[in-house]
Design a binder for this molecule. Structure first.
Ligand code: PHE
Length: 349
């Protein structure tokens, strides 16, 4: 057999040379395993005479002890290195830029609609809704719009083919008559929804658009309540500094009726009363005012038609165009942008 010192030297060198735990295991089998030279030599001790056996046994034990200790030390070095390698390998580099997933958000029209609705919920109104395919009774008759009114022609109104007297509602006002025929005053509702008109598409017209209607009916409701409410709405939408003005107008379902203007926030003509100074303002064309909605006191004929006594109750109503508000406020020049679903447009708001 190899010289015992040589065996020891080889074994320790081999252990030291291992670079992985697998290699270390191979070295262990080879130098101290059951079929290693050392094990064979220890098993052969029995054939020696007692004196020699004792001496040789001691030497072999010493070699085994030294190799096993070297194995143990090497194991802990390699295990530590393996752990460090794994940690380094699995480390998350938090400085890497993540893949950008653009967050979704509500459409600008939905945002504006929700702002208007929220303003009225804050004032104690509840949300009411009605169908988009509506009967002429709710859309016209109960609203005091006579059968021969020009708005009822196919020039202006989209009729649903195959049905008697069913239209795509031309405004959200039919929800007024739905609520009033269904519920006794006091009534305070806000009504968001889509409406339809037989309009040709251009930069400011669309055959489908969005309105929010408001209706309040109680005892002793006056125009002053309407004015205060609309001022609140306009300031919620356009800013705390805005003023409003009411101009006489006409709607069959309100009397008196008004067009409501909000002061222009894009030029200071309103504050200065100086139209010439702001004549180039593209938003208000120098008037200092922007027409924003239609409103009025609920016509006594509408209350009566809905079974409410106009001697006891009074109320106001208004309807606001959501596209128009969004265009004015957010600088959208073309109403078609709302419906094109161009991601570059959508991402702006
Ligand atoms: N329905 C009217 C329109 O669409 C707006 C309006 C609503 C006017 C309520 C007065 C009262 O133009």
């Amino acid at each position: 057999m190899t010289d015992i010192d040589e065996l020891r030297r080889q074994a320790l060198e081999a252990v030291e040379a291992t670079t992985t735990l697998d290699e270390l295991d191979e070295a262990r089998v080879r130098y101290v395993g059951r079929r290693s030279e050392l094990a064979l030599a220890q098993r052969g001790l029995g054939d020696l005479d007692p004196e020699e056996r004792k001496e040789r046994g001691k030497q072999l034990n010493a070699v085994r002890g030294a190799v096993e200790q070297a194995l143990e030390e090497r194991r802990s070095v390699l295990a530590q290195a393996a752990l460090e390698a794994r940690l380094a390998d699995e480390r998350l580099d938090l400085t890497l830029p993540p893949r950008r997933v653009p967050p979704g958000r509500p459409h600008l029209l939905t945002q504006v609609e929700e702002e208007i609705v929220d303003a009225f919920i804050g004032l104690g109104y509840r949300v009411a809704e009605g169908p988009e395919a509506e009967s002429g009774a709710y859309n016209f008759d109960l609203l005091n719009i006579p059968p021969d009114h020009p708005t009822r022609t196919e020039m202006d109104t989209i009729y649903v083919e195959g049905y008697e007297d069913v239209v795509l509602r031309t405004h959200t006002s039919p929800v007024q008559t739905r609520v009033l025929t269904d519920q006794a005053p006091p009534v305070a509702v806000v009504v968001p929804g889509r409406v339809y008109r037989a309009d040709t598409v251009d930069a400011t017209h669309s055959p489908v658009f969005t309105q929010v209607e408001g209706l309040l009916v109680d005892t002793d409701i006056t125009m002053a309540h309407l004015r205060g409410t609309l001022l609140e709405l306009c300031r919620a939408l356009f800013g705390a500094e805005r003023e409003i003005r009411l101009r006489p107008s006409f709607f069959p379902f309100t009397e008196p009726s008004a067009e409501v203007d909000v002061s222009c926030g894009f030029c200071d003509a309103a504050q200065r009363g100086d139209a010439a100074g702001a004549a180039d303002c593209r938003v208000c064309s120098g008037t200092g005012w922007i027409e924003i909605l239609g409103a009025g006191m609920v016509d006594p004929n509408v209350l009566s038609a809905c079974g409410i006594d106009p001697e006891v109750h009074s109320g106001f109503a208004f309807g606001i165009g959501v596209e128009r508000v969004a265009m004015l406020r957010n600088g959208v020049a073309d109403i078609r942008d709302f419906f094109d679903a161009d991601a570059r447009f959508l991402a702006r708001f």
